[in-house]
Design a protein around this ligand. Structure first.
Ligand SMILES: [Zn+2]
Ligand SMILES: [Zn+2]
Length: 306
């Protein structure tokens, strides 16, 4: 077994930071969908193909990319003819809190989607639950207004520009359970970057454009899309709506994942502080029924009955 997926990647001083690496990997619709299906048990090429509206070529590219980034690892399960399957490494599996919060956000904020999403049961207490973002230090439930975000020593937009080698597909929506709105919000690198900028306080077109260094046409297209799906409101000034602010948990768990697995020698790219307790904020995702921290393998997906 390769050890790459078990240890963090040491970034070079001055190199693209954890945000850049995270956006490059997670700001991609297909990568998110493949990781999601892996967490739900898919391991074989044919399984991904059956579960996702994806072509052979795109699936091959993404599996290669995710394996190269040590989020998946290949294992031969048949010798003659040789067949391999893809297993999540600890690095890939560590995305479960983010995926759980995506599920919750879609369920709350995308009404058309509710009936299609499976329920989740907490194995420890036996109840159907909703994940709750809480502070790892003091365990208080936390929203975006409770957590202060600022750039850390390796943080700046220059170093956070998403690196990616793959292009996003067009606007087709997939079958049920594929989180179409999340994909439009987070599933491409500029959208994800704009959302982070909004949480860091950017609100005007010029702020987004300057900070991201993105082509103006991309920025205005993304801002329009965010207004259309109710994540941002306004035209002169773009402000996060309640729906947009509710995405905070997804963003924080994605940031935390990035900063855990991609380590810059200067220190973190984004520093999060819990205002109430004053400690560094780390996401602790808890069960709203029994208040215990979830561990990932104690979350059971209920079969959809509709
Ligand atoms: Zn706290
Ligand atoms: Zn529980």
């Amino acid at each position: 077994m390769s050890t790459l997926g078990h240890v963090r990647t040491e970034l070079e001083a001055g190199a693209p930071n954890a945000v850049s690496r995270m956006l490059g990997l997670l700001g991609d619709e297909w990568n998110l969908l493949i990781v999601q299906q892996s967490l739900l048990g898919a391991t074989r090429f044919g399984e991904y193909l059956a579960r996702l509206p994806i072509s052979n070529a795109v699936l091959t590219t993404r599996l290669r990319g995710l394996t190269g980034e040590a989020m998946l690892e290949q294992r031969e399960y048949q010798v003659n003819p040789p067949r391999t399957e893809y297993l999540l490494t600890p690095r890939g599996r560590a995305l479960w809190p983010m995926m759980l919060l995506i599920w919750d956000w879609e369920r709350r904020w995308v009404p058309d989607h509710v009936a299609q999403l499976p329920a989740m049961r907490h194995d420890t207490c036996g109840a159907l639950f909703t994940p709750l973002l809480t502070c790892g230090a003091c365990t208080a439930p936390s929203t975006d207004t409770d957590v202060k975000l600022r750039w850390g020593p390796s943080g700046s937009w220059e170093r956070s520009t998403p690196i990616t080698v793959t292009r996003r597909r067009g606007g087709a929506t997939g079958p049920p359970g594929l989180y179409p709105e999340t994909m439009s919000v987070f599933g491409n690198r500029w959208s994800a970057a704009i959302l982070i900028a909004a949480f860091l306080g950017a609100s005007r077109f010029g702020d987004f454009q300057r900070q991201l260094g993105a082509p103006p046409a991309s920025v205005s297209a993304r801002l329009r899309a965010f207004v259309a799906n109710g994540v941002l409101s306004g035209s002169d000034e773009y402000l996060l709506t309640d729906k947009g602010r509710a995405f905070f948990g997804v963003l924080v768990t994605a940031l935390e994942w990035g900063q855990h697995w991609f380590h810059a020698p200067e220190g973190p790219a984004v520093v999060l502080t819990h205002r109430a307790c004053g400690e560094r904020f780390t996401a602790r995702v808890a069960c709203d029924q029994c208040a215990k921290a979830l561990s990932g393998d104690d979350v059971l997906v209920e079969t959809v009955t509709t």
